[in-house]
Structures are given as structure tokens and as C-alpha cells.
Design a protein around this ligand. Structure first.
Ligand code: DI6
Ligand code: FE
Length: 408
């Protein structure tokens, strides 16, 4: 019923990402919400004659999209690794640095050394940077603690960031990220600890929304990943996987076997993996920040994914080693320039498909009944969001219908 809306935006260019039309575009549109949910949207000229709202704003043609969703980040960590950037510029590879005791393990040292407040203080500005340019839902992984207390601290900090900023944070437990140094010669013991103790304990504490692993030669095997996923399944938790980043381990097919939410990275994904993902409805999450920062030359098989009809999402992979990327919009830009996605694909990748990669059906599109997570941009056409390189284009963000942050 019109007449009792909380908020009405008039004369907006709506990129709804609902339906198959390019960007789900509605020109000269209007959108209204009530009690945190979208109550009406369409052409402004079709607004019911008696429509009123507590607040009405004329956007004069400005673009409005769903709040962006960053479905793969490691944004809680201690310290930084600018020194490794330097080493790689001098010829060292990511794998070499990792084998020499740098890489993930150096972030583990810094993360373990930080108190919960300290970790929160270091991580919050990164979440703020994402939010400032339109991200309203983000996933945050553990995986730099690699011991019960430190993993718990990371997940608690992730939850606290969500509360502090009023955003949705979905946590993923990534205990199988790297072998902690104290288990150097006891790989199997660490895997057992993660599967039999850490995961069930943290899940029982309500800290885990999904389970992830790094399935790679320098990390954990497909057989170990399978055991982890079996435990996740017993606990009723969805799974996802860092798969086929540096080599083809059959990880995509494995996570699809468990009807996983997503397989992420995928530079070395083959045909069997694509077929399995399509069958299971597993989203392909591409992470062009890591591709760029590692100066990879082998791109994920975008054309084959597109042809198979596998939904593609784009995320920052925000992490201190391979993707110190503080902008999801820039990730979308890199997806276009480096991976040859169209702006339409890249933007569905940071909205509708990213929401699906988190198993969240109530957002990522603009439609009646969806959460009123939306962004008004200093832009008029959706393609501008991946065309401008850097900067902050978000003018105003609403989360569940409430304005957050200052207007720009
Ligand atoms: N793959 C990645 O790109 C990040 N983790 C992973 O499993 C990198 C994490 C790091 O280098 O700190
Ligand atoms: Fe990652």
C-alpha cells in the first residue's frame, strides 16, 4: 500500500540486476522502502497517484544499485607484507616466499601477537574502505590464527566489525589455510586438530557461517579437504574452496560434490570442474586482485564458464599477501581489463552472483521484498562503476533502509 513508505527515491537510474535485461536497467525510475525492505520500484511515471513517503528525494538521474557484496576477503589480520611485494618485484615467486617461511605464516605471527582490540583496530579501517565505496555485505575468513584461540579472535573481530559498522559480515572458518610452524613435521596432526577440534568448537560458539580451505600443493590435499567438508556437512555448515589457484587439484569438482556455495580463484580450472560446478550450482568467484598482484599470466577460463552458464562473482580477496586491494569497484574494473568480463558481468559479479556465493537470497538485486541495501552513486550509467579506476563514487548508502556514513 502506498502512503506509508519510509523513503522514496525519484528520478533515479535503477540498475536492479533482476531479470536478464542488461543491468536490469530501469531509466527514470523510482524506488521506495518500508521497514527495511523494498516496497515498490518501477518507472517514476508509473508511481501510484497517492504515493507518499516520510522522506522523498529527487536523484536527478543518479544511478542506484543494490549494495555491493564482497564475497571473499581475508580482511582481519595483523601487520602487513609490503616487504614481500618488494621481494616479488626482485624476482621471488609467491611459492618461493611461502616455502622460505614468509607468506601466510608471517601474517600468522603478526595476527597471533595482536590482542583482540588491536586486531579490531587494525582491521576496521579496511572494512570502512570497502563500505565507503558501496559494500554493504562482506565475507571475512579466519586463517591467520591457525590455533584455536587465535582463530577464535579473528572470527570474533569479524563479527564485531559487522556490529560496529551495521553491515552484514559472513564468516568463513579457514583453519586449513597453511601449516602453522609448530606443526612443521606433524601435518596430519594439524589436519586432525582442525577437523576434530577447532571447527566443531568454533561452530558451537556460533562463530562460523561457512567452511573454506586452501586446496593446493603448498597447502592441503583434496583428500584432507574432503574430510573437512564431511565434518562441515555433519555440522550443517555450507562449504566453499580456494581451488585451482596455482595448479589443477580437482578442487572445484570436489567442492561441487558437496553442493558448495563457491569455488574461488580458478586460474587452473579445467573442463571437468566447470561441468561439476554447473551441475551443482556452485558459483565461480574470480579474484582479479590476486591475479594482478602476482602478475599471473594464466587467466581463469572465463569464456568456458560463460558458455557453460556458471554464475561468476568477483571479489577483492583482500589479504596482506596476494591482494592488498581495498576497493570492490576496482576489483570489478580489473575483472574487465584483465579477465575480459563485460561491465554487465562484472557488476552482476559484485551484486547478484556475489550474494548467491554467500547463500543470501534476500539481497544483491533490487526487487520488491529484498532488503533495502542500496547505494546512490555519483554516476549515471552502471558501466561507470567499473570504468572509473579508483576514487570513491558512492554518494549515499542505505543498509536495511537506514542511511549509513556521510553523504558525498
Ligand atoms: N589464497 C590467497 O590468495 C590468499 N590465501 C589463499 O589461500 C593469500 C593469503 C596470503 O598470502 O596471506
Ligand atoms: Fe583468498
Amino acid at each position: 500500500m502506498p502512503g506509508s513508505w519510509d523513503h522514496l527515491l525519484l528520478h533515479a537510474t535503477l540498475a536492479t540486476f533482476a531479470g536478464n535485461a542488461p543491468f536490469g536497467l530501469i531509466e527514470d525510475g523510482a524506488i521506495a522502502w518500508r521497514d527495511g525492505k523494498v516496497a515498490w520500484l518501477g518507472r517514476a511515471s508509473d508511481l501510484p497517484g497517492d504515493a507518499t513517503a516520510t522522506v522523498t528525494e529527487d536523484l536527478h538521474g543518479a544511478l542506484v544499485t543494490p549494495g555491493l557484496v564482497d564475497c571473499h576477503t581475508h580482511l582481519v589480520f595483523g601487520g602487513e607484507r609490503a616487504n614481500e611485494f618488494d621481494l616479488r618485484l626482485n624476482g621471488a615467486s609467491y611459492e618461493e616466499i611461502s616455502r622460505a617461511g614468509g607468506g601466510i605464516v608471517s601474517s600468522v605471527r603478526a595476527t597471533r601477537a595482536a590482542s583482540e582490540d588491536d586486531l579490531f583496530g587494525q582491521s576496521l579501517p579496511r572494512a570502512c574502505a570497502l563500505l565507503a565505496d558501496g559494500v554493504t555485505t562482506m565475507e571475512i575468513k579466519s586463517g591467520y590464527g591457525l590455533a584455536l584461540d587465535a582463530e577464535r579472535r579473528m572470527l570474533r573481530v569479524a563479527r564485531r566489525i559487522g556490529r560496529e559498522l551495521g553491515i552484514t559480515v559472513r564468516t568463513s572458518f579457514l583453519g586449513l589455510h597453511a601449516l602453522p610452524p609448530e606443526y612443521a613435521n606433524r601435518h596430519d596432526d594439524y589436519v586432525a586438530l582442525v577437523i576434530d577440534h577447532m571447527l566443531p568448537t568454533l561452530a558451537a560458539e556460533g562463530l562460523v557461517d561457512a567452511v573454506d580451505a586452501f586446496c593446493e600443493r603448498i597447502a592441503f590435499t583434496p583428500a584432507e579437504t574432503r574430510r573437512l567438508f564431511e565434518r562441515a556437512q555433519q555440522l550443517g555448515l555450507p562449504v566453499k574452496l580456494h581451488a585451482e589457484q596455482l595448479s589443477d587439484q580437482g578442487g572445484a569438482a570436489l567442492v561441487a560434490d558437496f553442493h558448495g556455495l563457491s569455488a574461488d580463484h580458478l586460474e587452473h580450472l579445467g573442463t571437468a570442474g566447470i561441468t561439476a560446478m554447473k551441475r551443482a550450482g556452485t558459483v565461480a568467484v574470480l579474484l582479479p586482485g590476486a591475479f594482478y598482484a602476482l602478475r599471473e599470466t594464466r587467466a581463469p577460463p572465463v569464456a568456458a564458464l560463460r558458455q557453460a552458464g556458471v554464475p561468476i562473482a568477483i571479489a577483492t580477496d583482500l589479504n596482506p599477501g596476494t591482494s592488498p586491494l581495498l576497493s570492490l569497484r576496482l576489483a570489478a574494473n580489473l575483472a574487465c581489463t584483465l579477465l575480459r568480463l563485460t561491465p554487465e558481468e562484472a557488476l552482476r559479479g559484485v551484486t547478484a552472483h556475489a550474494a548467491r556465493a554467500l547463500g543470501l537470497a534476500d539481497r544483491g538485486t533490487l526487487a520488491v521484498g529484498q532488503r533495502a541495501d542500496l547505494v546512490a552513486w555519483n554516476a549515471r550509467h552502471p558501466a561507470e562503476l567499473c570504468y572509473w579506476i579508483g576514487g570513491t563514487l558512492a554518494r549515499q548508502t542505505w543498509i536495511a533502509g537506514k542511511a549509513v556514513g556521510p553523504e558525498h
